[in-house]
Design a protein around this ligand. Structure first.
Ligand code: CUA
Length: 339
């Protein structure tokens, strides 16, 4: 990153720190870690450079004029040259902006086309992302994995490029998929399948956010992309496809969970719980957050969430189930066993 990019990234980081939202992403397009994000970065830098040049020229002329022609104590009685109509100036201020707009739109179009027309390699890793109010369903059709809000993908290296091809769908209203460090925004529209791809070249967790207003909890429709080396990724994938076994000690807790209407909305593989309206809970404990990134997945937060999900995320579509304390403890114990 050059100096200006560092400065801008620092400003964003400072703003994020000031707001203290550590689960929320820093919308940092100035630190790209995948090819589509590089395109966004390059266009942004060109745009910023041109805007900065315009700012310096206009601001400089303005400052010069203000200082040079300020009111003085002793007026020397001279008026500056008065210009009435100048074809040269008119042509300059018409042609220059047209050229600037042309350059900017060509650069943008080139970046958009380069990202959109990328041919997916045959071994591209396929992930389907379904936007819901207000969470993300993540499916791996080839692996038979369904999870939520956290997308695990393999690292792409020069020796072993790994492209993840994303299919974006919506279960309800328009959302927008945006992980600033990996790719530009792509709308998630009901009835339409949009596509996007990423080839992350650095391991780590990349935060993203729904970027299209989709209702009350739009701002808390967070997502994370977890980029792992292929071996780690495979380990994760194998764990996700394991059958969920219940500790015999938790039989009664499991029965309680299955007897309550949780099962109408949530799925736990290998049980009669088969709902698809809410997130799949089969391997809930493998996820770092609850409520689509709104709180960390800790035992206290899980209990508070199950007791009344409307506290952490008001307006979300999971109702307060009015559980009694025995049911609450049993359900939390059962969910905590879904590794
Ligand atoms: Cu989904 Cu905004």
């Amino acid at each position: 990153m050059d100096f200006s990019a560092r400065l801008i990234a620092l400003l964003f980081a400072t703003a994020a720190f000031a707001f203290g939202q550590d689960l929320h992403p820093i919308a940092n397009v100035f630190n790209p870690k995948a090819t589509p994000a590089d395109s966004v970065y390059n266009v942004s830098m060109l745009m910023l450079a041109i805007c900065a040049a315009i700012f310096v020229v206009v601001g400089g002329l303005l400052t010069f004029t203000i200082v040079r022609y300020r009111r003085r104590k002793v007026d020397d009685g001279h008026e500056p040259a008065q210009v009435y109509g100048s074809n040269r100036i008119e042509i300059a201020w018409t042609v220059l902006p047209i050229l600037i707009v042309l350059v900017l739109s060509m650069a943008t179009a080139r970046a958009v086309v380069a990202v959109q027309n990328k041919r997916m390699p045959a071994d591209a890793f396929k992930v389907t992302v379904v936007g819901h109010q207000w969470w993300w369903e993540i499916r791996y059709p080839e692996l038979g994995i369904v999870t939520a809000n956290e997308i695990h993908v393999p690292l792409s290296t020069a020796g072993k490029p790994a492209v993840t091809a994303l299919r974006l769908e919506s279960a309800d209203v328009a959302h927008s998929f945006w992980v600033p460090q990996l790719a530009g925004k792509t709308d998630v529209i009901p009835g339409i399948t949009n596509t996007m791809w990423i080839d992350p070249r650095q391991t780590g967790i990349f935060l993203g956010n729904c970027a299209e207003y989709c209702g009350m909890q739009h701002a808390n429709m967070l997502l994370r992309v977890i980029v792992e080396p292929p071996t780690e990724f495979e380990k994760w994938a194998i764990a996700q496809t394991q059958r969920v076994l219940t500790d015999p000690k938790l039989e009664s807790a499991r029965a309680t969970f299955l007897s309550i209407s949780c099962v109408n909305c949530h799925r736990v593989s290998g049980t009669p719980a088969n709902g698809t309206f809410g997130p799949d809970l089969s391997h809930l404990m493998s996820r770092a957050t609850l409520g689509s990134g709104v709180v960390a997945n800790t035992p206290e937060n899980l209990r508070a969430w199950v007791k009344d999900p409307q506290v952490a995320k008001p307006g979300n579509l999971m109702p307060n189930m009015q559980l009694n304390s025995r049911e609450l403890e049993e359900i939390v114990a059962y969910l905590s066993s879904l590794k």
